[in-house]
Design a protein around this ligand. Structure first.
Ligand code: PEP
Ligand code: MN
Length: 265
């Protein structure tokens, strides 16, 4: 496989410009709300990230919700608004693309296209992202194996887009005490099999706010190249995933801990 270390030994670096990079031997921090909600919310998150030296912001404008009646995102107008604020502040945008038709409209406003866990095996979407010259972060499927994640990455890579990031975000198991089972085994395995950077998402991985920090740090020690987590000024009022979202003081502390833990690794 093209994504395997047998094909390419040198680790792949994702350079987003302005000295923002995701690469082996570094620790990327991507933080932000589950959903983009309003101009005020975007400004507050951006200010929080700036205060803490975090250069990449996550947030969904197209949301894959279990219930069709739940908040499904602000859509492309939300992304444009977000971009207008983030660009001025030098913050990079990581956001989910749900279908092929969104790729082009999102393009000017997106730094990393996120392929969500429900779309990991949407092969048409992966084929089209293979033709784009912007970074793609592929999340592991809800019930996806490590091998299947690598095969999904192979779709994009073989299509010509080598700016790829893998994300472990927890898998569905028989365990119901947590939202998902964060499979940290995947980190060293992916790192040994592939030259692509590996990011851990402890928010979706455990789904319980209180335990997000320790799982993030476990991810760092497992060898991840970055952590992506959810934060919001008032998590209880978040439009989605509030139960796993950190407030700004928890987020500030975690960012600090991630850096300290990484320095010890
Ligand atoms: C998200 O990042 O908010 C999200 C929907 O993630 P996942 O696809 O991992 O469930
Ligand atoms: Mn979420």
């Amino acid at each position: 496989k093209l994504v395997s270390k047998k094909w390419k030994v040198k680790p792949t670096s994702i350079d987003l410009g302005d000295e923002v990079c995701i690469k082996d031997g570094d620790m990327a921090i991507i933080a932000g709300p589950c959903s983009i909600e309003s101009e005020e919310q975007i400004r507050k998150v951006v200010a929080h990230l700036k205060e803490n030296g975090i250069r990449m912001m996550r947030g969904g404008v197209f949301k894959p919700r279990t219930s069709p009646y739940a908040f499904r995102g602000m859509g492309i107008d939300g992304l444009k608004l977000w971009y207008s604020i983030a660009k001025e502040e030098g913050i990079k945008i990581v956001t989910e693309v749900m279908q092929v038709s969104q790729i082009e409209e999102m393009y000017p406003y997106t730094d990393i296209y996120q392929v969500g866990a429900r779309n990991t095996q949407n092969f048409n979407l992966l084929d089209e992202l293979g033709k784009v010259d912007k970074a793609v972060m592929i999340k592991r499927g809800i019930s996806g194996t490590i091998e299947e994640l690598l095969q999904s990455a192979e779709y994009v890579f073989s299509g010509g887009n080598e700016k790829l990031i893998l994300c472990e975000r927890g898998i569905r198991t028989y365990e119901k005490a947590s939202r998902n089972t964060l499979d940290l085994n995947a980190v060293p395995i992916l790192k040994s099999k592939s030259h692509l950077p590996v990011i851990v998402d402890p928010s979706h991985g455990i789904g319980i706010r209180e335990y997000v920090p320790q799982m993030a740090l476990a991810g760092v020690m497992a060898g991840a190249d970055g952590i992506i987590y959810e934060t919001h000024e008032i998590p209880e009022k978040a439009y989605s995933d509030g139960q796993q979202t950190l407030d700004f003081s928890q987020s500030a502390r975690l960012a600090d801990w991630i850096r300290q833990t990484f320095a010890m690794r």
